[in-house]
Design a protein around this ligand. Structure first.
Ligand code: FAD
Ligand code: NAI
Length: 486
């Protein structure tokens, strides 16, 4: 590839592949370089999200929830199903098939949009002032090629944070990759970290029959969530048979035996404890992936936490080099990565092609968070502790799923929705949910906040009856003490 392309994207996850598609749609000649290979050594686009993240975890969460319902919940509907069993390899194969459908789907989207896909690891080379383009060296084994591009978008994502005392072998000690590929249900499963991955993957294997113990370093868990929601989650999860969450622990050693792992730790009361498990998942956060980018040579600035340093428009310190997604500051979420990818693609197209587009920085305040446990947890905007800290006065409206007809009909009357609105203007500042299908319900709150709605705006909208959305409606009404069904 000797000609200069308009854009070289390094990384084919939701940040990179979406940026590449949008660039190509806007008439930019675009190459996307990605290193991910499937077990047959072929390119597998989609990054962490499609290969070992969002999609496979949700496939297993859905399968395990179906099994759990049949085994433990369906009798409440007057249905008796005896002898339900799980075929774990079949469940994993279903998950793998979904992953392949989507990873090959991106390859088709690239073809359709004329994005050139290059398999290999990309390194951004140092550029002299006299050079007319950036050079990205791409290595795949012994095969090395150089791509020249006017613009570069770095979208190299993140990798699991390592616990210093253990080696992840993905046989006994697992990260997200191993946790999504077990072919048998471990009798005893340990999880280090009660974060999003720990709770989701712990849920999968608990529903399938594992005795799950989660060890969390912080005195509480779900620190990013609204405190009341986190408390409610803790209350609900601690009643679940087969699940123990211990907070405030300090792990001193992790030793792998022939077929088990022993974790030694100090509990919150300072007592020494020992946990023996068959498998251990380590999920203590993720760190930006800049390992192969050549940052020592090319001068790309990193911030103090190792993320590629960018401004609100995702511009790095290097001219015409942008960075998006998990490798830069902000929430590590697929939809945040994609939105940044689109914003950067459009900014480049405005400059290069003169497109009339209204390019704006991504508004982090309206990025939804969802945790796919049962019940689900979702939020958007500010939580109560953040509003208190910022000295903003607000009103609270709240409504429980127990008073909702649809939730009762579904046998899922757990949790509540809370709306926080500015005390003076009534503008919605945050919406927090724990309950059935709140992963879907949160979109209405995101839309409302996206259009700067007041709680009264939500309250004025007609919501279908009976539907879970009525809980958000009633919570919005409750901001001004107008809730009807409580
Ligand atoms: P990534 O998806 O990590 O993609 C980066 C790509 O760049 C990878 O393919 C990598 O191989 C490639 N790469 C890296 N360096 C180079 C290089 N030098 N040259 C070439 N290629 C390179 N988020 C959600 O919003 N919802 C969820 O439900 C959700 N579930 C998750 C579940 C799990 C188990 C995990 C681990 C994460 C989950 N996430 C979820 C987070 C989500 O996966 C990430 O936020 C998202 O993938 C980030 O996208 P990205 O494009 O920035 O990076
Ligand atoms: P996390 O940041 O959500 O949670 C890590 C947890 O590990 C924290 O509670 C932390 O206090 C704890 N911890 C850290 N060190 C520890 C130690 N030594 N001992 C015990 N506990 C320790 O990180 P996680 O779960 O690894 O997920 C990474 C990111 O991936 C998430 O923050 C999220 O951005 C993304 N993700 C998103 C999902 C979604 O949107 N549904 C699902 C899964 C992941």
């Amino acid at each position: 590839m000797s000609d200069i392309v308009d854009v070289a994207v390094i990384g084919g996850g939701p940040g990179g592949y979406v940026a590449a598609i949008r660039c190509a749609q806007l008439g930019l000649n675009t190459v996307c370089i990605d290193a991910w290979k499937n077990e047959r050594g072929r390119a597998s686009l989609g990054g962490t999200c499609l290969n070992v993240g969002c999609i496979p975890s949700k496939a297993l969460l859905e399968s395990s929830e179906q099994y759990f319902q049949v085994k433990h919940k369906i009798s409440a509907h007057g249905i008796q199903i005896e002898g339900a069993t799980v075929d774990v390899p079949a469940m994993i194969a279903r998950k793998d098939k979904i992953v392949t459908t989507f990873t090959t789907g991106i390859a088709s989207l690239f073809k359709k949009n004329k994005v050139q896909s290059v398999l290999g690891t990309g390194k951004l080379l140092k550029r002299a002032d006299t050079d007319d383009a950036w050079c990205v060296e791409v290595k795949d084994g012994d095969n090395i090629q150089t791509i020249r591009a006017k613009y570069v978008i770095v979208a190299t994502g993140s990798v699991p944070r390592q616990l210093p005392m253990v080696d992840i072998d993905n046989e006994t000690i697992l990260d997200n990759i191993g946790a999504l590929a077990l072919t048998d249900t471990p009798k005893r499963l340990g999880v280090v970290g009660a974060g999003v991955i720990g709770l989701e993957m712990g849920s999968v294997w608990r529903r399938l029959g594992s005795e799950v113990t989660i060890l969390e370093a912080m005195p509480d868990f779900l620190m990013a969530a609204d405190e009341q929601i986190a408390k409610e989650a803790k209350k609900i999860f601690s009643k679940e048979p087969g699940l123990v969450i211990q907070t405030g622990v300090e792990i001193s050693s992790i030793k792998t035996g022939k077929k088990s792992v022993t974790v030694q730790y100090q509990d919150a009361d300072g007592n020494k404890q020992k946990l023996d498990v068959d498998k251990l998942i380590v999920a203590i956060g993720r760190v930006p992936n800049t390992a192969d980018l050549g940052v020592d040579e090319n001068g790309l600035d990193l911030d103090e936490r190792g993320f590629v340093f960018v401004d609100e428009y995702c511009r790095t310190n290097l001219t015409n080099v942008f960075a998006v997604g998990d490798v830069v500051r902000g929430p590590m979420l697929a939809h945040k990565a994609s939105e940044e990818g689109v914003a950067v693609a459009e900014a480049i197209a405005v400059k290069e092609k003169g497109h009339q587009l209204n390019t704006q920085p991504v508004n982090f305040n309206v990025i939804p968070w969802v945790i796919y446990t049962a019940p689900e947890i979702a939020w958007v905007g500010k939580n109560e502790q953040e509003l208190k800290k910022a000295g903003i006065s607000y009103n609270v409206g709240q409504f429980p799923f127990i008073a909702n007809g649809r939730a009762r009909a579904m046998n899922a009357p757990t949790g509540f929705v809370k709306v926080l609105a500015d005390a003076e203007t009534d503008r919605v500042l945050g919406v927090h949910m724990i309950g059935p299908h709140v992963s879907e319900l949160i979109s209405e709150a995101v839309m409302a906040m996206g259009f700067s709605a007041s709680s009264e705006d939500i309250a004025c909208i007609v919501h279908a009856h009976p539907s879970l959305s009525e809980v958000l409606h009633e919570a919005a009404l409750d901001v001004n003490d107008r809730a009807l069904h409580i």
